[in-house]
Design a protein around this ligand. Structure first.
Ligand code: HEM
Length: 369
């Protein structure tokens, strides 16, 4: 039987009747309609739509990372989807510029009608946080209680349920722990790397010591800070020291995962490591854009409210500013830059590993990886 294809009508396809009939101003309900409340609602709704898309992208990436091994063909898909999230985040930061065309006085016309509702209760925002790795339980019990206490039971249950799943951060950690080639037969990459680092630090020390243009006091400060760099470097290779850093909350990723990430960062020019490097870079972009949004939103809240408390009952700008400083998902990846050394000082990889990290053509021109 032939399929009857009903012509698709734009308005029906996008369910515009439903969508465009979903802006009900509280100020109108109380008989004092405020012009800017429509803008306030539409900006929030646009955010929720983009949050939905970010969750859609994350939900497609997480199961791939959960696999024991990720097929090469899926790495470019992951990379493309992470990049999409990055572009959406940039739009989200820009949205605030539109909302800021509303003045604090205009906002005050309807603000009190919204109490106790707040962006604080955005379940999708919390879902994104949890899926990335900022689980409620991992933050602190006070915070968990504060957030959950402001949500309806069904939303609380939903978030606690999602919290049971592995986050992107946890899956990335497992993936990085599996980075191959680091210890291959007789070749111990980390021993070679430490030799290179020692040489680099030695040459840095000589440069400081030979510098006649700075006073002795400043020289000593520079030498002390070089010692700190040295300590940081070597804590990376000492499992006991590294685990202390984890226990103190100074590191999140396991030592093995950090070393895997560092190897990818250092040998990013090798064809097989390029996509993993791009993925790590995208994760840092996502973290950075999240911070950028939090900081921008905190400033906007300050501009609108000054030192007033938020409609959700927090201390307002002060709470938001702290949230921007504290909530980092992939901070360990940023901190890897402390361990990056110049290309010229990188240990030369044995030919067998180099070959495995390269795409090459066999005699019959089939690509091998
Ligand atoms: C006039 C504009 C806005 C003001 C004055 C404002 C103010 C605030 C304040 C004071 C808080 C802290 C919680 C509270 O006590 O309510 C907050 C939280 C939040 N707001 Fe806004 N907001 C505005 C617009 C937006 C928009 C457009 C979004 C987009 C969805 C948004 C999303 C959020 C989120 C997700 C939180 C929770 C942040 C966290 O806990 O880290 N806000 N907002």
């Amino acid at each position: 039987m032939e399929k009857q294809n009903k012509p698709v009508y734009y308005k029906d396809y996008l369910q515009l009747n439903k969508l465009l009939d979903s802006q009900s101003c509280k100020s109108k309900e109380v008989g004092n309609e405020c012009h800017d409340e429509t803008l306030f609602i539409i900006v929030h709704q646009a955010y929720e739509l983009w949050f939905k898309q970010i969750i859609h992208e994350l939900d497609s990436i997480l199961p791939i990372f959960a696999k024991e091994s990720i097929p090469d063909s899926q790495m470019s898909l992951i990379s493309a989807r992470l990049e999409r999230i990055i572009h959406i985040q940039k739009v989200l930061v820009e949205h605030l510029v539109i909302l800021e065309t509303m003045t604090p006085m205009d906002f005050l016309e309807f603000r009190d009608l919204l109490i106790p509702a707040s962006g604080f209760q955005s379940v999708q925002f919390r879902m994104i946080e949890i899926k990335l790795g900022l689980g409620l339980k991992k933050r602190n019990t006070e915070f968990e209680g504060f957030i959950l206490g402001r949500l309806a039971q069904e939303d609380r249950d939903l978030l606690l349920n999602i919290e049971e799943d592995k986050s992107l951060l946890e899956l990335i950690e497992k993936w990085l722990e599996r980075v191959p080639f680091i210890q291959d037969g007789k070749f111990d990459f980390w021993k070679e790397f430490q030799k290179s680092v020692n040489e680099m630090l030695k040459s840095d020390r000589e440069i400081i010591e030979k510098n006649t243009s700075i006073p002795e006091e400043q020289k000593n400060i520079q030498l002390e800070s070089l010692e700190v760099t040295k300590e940081t470097f070597f804590s990376l290779f000492d499992p006991e020291k590294y685990n202390t850093l984890i226990a103190e909350g100074k590191k999140t990723l396991s030592q093995k995962a950090t070393l895997g990430a560092l190897f990818v960062m250092l040998y990013r020019d090798e064809p097989l490591l390029y996509l993993p490097y791009k993925v790590l870079n995208s994760l840092m972009d996502i973290d950075e854009n999240f911070i950028a949004w939090r900081q921008r939103h905190a400033l906007m809240a300050q501009r609108m409210l000054g030192t007033k408390i938020g409609t959700g009952g927090s201390s307002g700008h002060d709470y938001l500013k702290k949230a921007a400083d504290k909530n980092r998902v992939f901070l360990d990846l940023f901190n890897l830059s402390s361990f990056i050394i110049p290309r010229s000082k990188l240990p030369v990889l044995p030919e067998s590993i180099k070959r495995e990290l390269n795409f090459y053509f066999s005699e019959n021109s089939k690509i091998k990886t």
